[in-house]
Design a protein around this ligand. Structure first.
Ligand SMILES: CC/C=C\C/C=C\C[C@@H](O)/C=C/C=C/C=C\[C@@H](O)CCCC(=O)O
Ligand SMILES: [Zn+2]
Length: 606
């Protein structure tokens, strides 16, 4: 049973959802109904139980519009309200189909949705709506069995005011006119977990960037997006070579407004990405590779429960780095791995500081815990390190062969780590490698908090050069002999590692202000476009007490809402200037996504 869901797919399993909704921008509401088709799993099951959160449910009817009894159970603070729908007596037999139409509206408190006024968009002429359902927010978009353990097909019929366009994480099947509105139709024929249901409505335009890919965004950003993500087809081909043919058909990209709270979200057929990836030189395309890799790990082979999130993210980071290494040189794999370890250590330290070290286990206990509160780099980087360790035992070639078989075996399923472990042992025992894998401490890997228990050594000379520049030239020598030359030859990822190393090594012992000023006069970090540099540079400056950076920090904090940037930066600003941090957040709170706003509020102790 999924501790993050109140639903009962083990008794009555939902197979498909048909969302028939009108988008009402005046009220910031989706209005309409969902037709839920389910199969009764056991005899004598009285109820179909769906998750809802902050939804107004008005009625339940059968296919001939006869009313069906329902009750909304008292609200759980984290998991919302269970909707108990009475299954008619004649259908309470295992194998029987049960279809119910649930009439409902979303509310302004629906976590999954962000409604932007026209002033909050780039074009300033039309309002905009987008969703973010991972991990447990689909229930605030549509009544559903909101657990990754259950996969559903879905259809959508979305009515939007002209001239806006609606898109979903599904195939577009048509558009019809209805007076002042357009009705867009969609179908997702591959069963997916509900966290992958997605919708966007806005003034959208698209550009072809490959034989199966388009970039969508507001008109003013679409060319920049098309340039930035031009390598998409190369990633798809590399993924198909490493794994199996891409089954989803299209891989389109939606470039969102700046308040999108994540780098990217792997909504099938329509990956959502933040505009903070627009570095103008394609240097942040690794996020796109990451989202593409979720087409396999996550979207085909899905974690059954959120506690097993590393099956989605650890595998995806591993695939992402494999593909990047194939395209841009093998050393990149170790380079990224070294950088990842640093982030892992930072997050483990942060959880320890907050007395929550148990959440740094690869499979943490999430009973009663909001998955958003447990989110960190642990499932990403520790999961990645587990796979590197397993690969080191059996060799790269055989491990890659296993990975392909793993995808084939578990595609279209939701699984737990024990199934992955069992298949690994079975596969390598049959392939003559029982001896190599006999001492794996699975229990320690899965359940022990903290850093990985068996650390694979990563080697990268490019990483060493970046670290040397930080350690030797700037920390030891305080920049006395620094010139602008060395960094000129650096790739983006080296500059990021350089800045990360400085942040890491100067924690508690910040660089003097004049040293940072000299660095800025040589490297011009204050005015960079690249969001990854900006975030790290501003962090360093705040830690050293560079006062002049504060207005720049406020500008960055209020011009985008990606949690990876805004949460740590607000925390840093709060340490040196709590008044500015709090007043900035309070003033701009409404422009952030609800999830981001909730997390920053907690971080600032508001
Ligand atoms: C161990 C269990 C922890 C968490 C459970 C699952 C989901 C957490 C929830 O907060 C949703 C996360 C969504 C993430 C989407 C995209 C990320 O990969 C982006 C990473 C950060 C960034 O680049 O901005
Ligand atoms: Zn991911």
């Amino acid at each position: 049973m999924d501790p993050s869901s109140l639903s009962n797919s083990h008794e009555c399993k939902v197979n498909s959802l048909n969302l028939v909704l009108t988008v009402n921008f005046e009220k910031s509401q989706l209005q309409g109904y969902v037709e839920v088709s389910s199969t009764v799993v056991k005899d004598n099951v009285e109820f179909l139980i769906l998750d809802t959160n902050k939804l107004d449910v008005s009625n339940c009817v059968d296919s001939t519009s006869n009313p069906i009894n329902f009750t909304l159970v008292e609200e759980h603070k984290i998991f919302g309200r269970a909707l108990k729908i009475t299954i008619p007596e004649g259908s309470r037999t295992a194998g029987k189909e049960f279809i119910v139409k649930v009439y409902y509206n979303t509310t302004v408190d629906s976590n999954a949705l962000q409604w932007l006024s026209k002033e909050q968009t780039a074009g300033k002429e039309h309002p905009y709506l987008f969703s973010q359902c991972q991990a447990i927010h689909a229930r605030s978009l549509v009544p559903c069995q909101d657990s990754p353990s259950n996969k559903v097909k879905y259809q959508g019929e979305i009515t939007v005011p002209k001239p806006l366009t609606a898109l979903m994480s599904a195939l577009s099947t048509g558009k019809t006119e209805a007076g002042d509105n357009n009705v867009f139709s969609f179908t997702q024929e591959i069963p997916i977990p509900t966290y992958l249901i997605a919708i966007v409505v806005g003034h959208l335009e698209s550009r072809e960037i490959g034989p199966r890919s388009k970039v969508w965004s507001e008109p003013s950003m679409v060319d920049a997006g098309a340039y930035e993500f031009a390598n998409t087809e190369k990633f798809i081909i590399a993924g198909e070579e490493l794994l199996t043919p891409y089954v989803w058909g299209r891989f389109d990209i939606l470039l969102l407004p700046p308040s999108f709270p994540y780098g990217g979200m792997e909504n099938p057929l329509l990956t959502f990405v933040t505009p903070t990836l627009l570095a103008t030189d394609r240097s942040l395309e690794n996020v796109l590779v990451h989202e593409f890799c979720h087409s396999y790990s996550g979207n085909l082979v899905t974690n059954k429960y959120w506690s097993e999130f590393f099956l989605n993210e650890g595998f995806t980071v591993f695939l992402e780095r494999k593909i990047l290494a194939r395209l841009y040189g093998e050393e990149l794999f170790d380079f990224e791995a070294m950088n990842g370890l640093k982030h892992l250590q930072d997050d483990i330290d942060l959880f320890a500081h907050n007395c929550q070290s148990e959440l740094t286990a690869l499979i943490p206990n999430l009973d009663g815990i909001d998955p958003d509160d447990a989110f960190s780099s642990v499932p990403y980087e520790k999961g990645f390190n587990l796979l590197c360790y397993l690969q080191s035992l059996v060799g790269v070639k055989d491990f890659e062969a296993w990975l392909k078989q793993y995808m084939i075996k578990f595609s279209y399923q939701s699984i737990v780590a024990a199934q992955m472990k069992e298949f690994f042992i079975e596969y390598f025992t049959e392939n003559g490698k029982a001896e190599q894998i006999k001492d794996i401490d699975w229990e320690g890997w899965f359940n022990k908090p903290g850093m990985p228990i068996n650390q694979v050594k990563f080697v990268s000379s490019a990483a060493q050069v970046a670290k040397d520049l930080a350690e030797q030239t700037w920390i030891k020598e305080q920049g006395v002999n620094a010139t602008e030359n060395v960094i000129k030859s650096f790739k983006t990822q080296q500059i990021i590692l350089f800045l990360d190393t400085l942040i890491h090594l100067t924690a508690g012992k910040p660089l003097p202000i004049d040293v940072l000023e000299k660095m800025d006069s040589l490297y011009h970090f204050t005015d960079v476009v690249n969001s990854e540099y900006k975030f790290r540079w501003q962090t360093l400056c705040l830690q050293s007490g560079v006062k002049r950076i504060e207005p720049k920090v406020v500008e960055f904090l209020t011009s985008q809402g990606r949690m990876k940037f805004v949460r740590p930066l607000y925390r840093e600003l709060n340490k040196v200037n709590p008044e500015l941090a709090k007043s900035t957040f309070i003033k701009h709170k409404s422009q952030y996504h609800i999830i981001a706003s909730k997390m920053v509020s907690k971080d600032l102790g508001l």
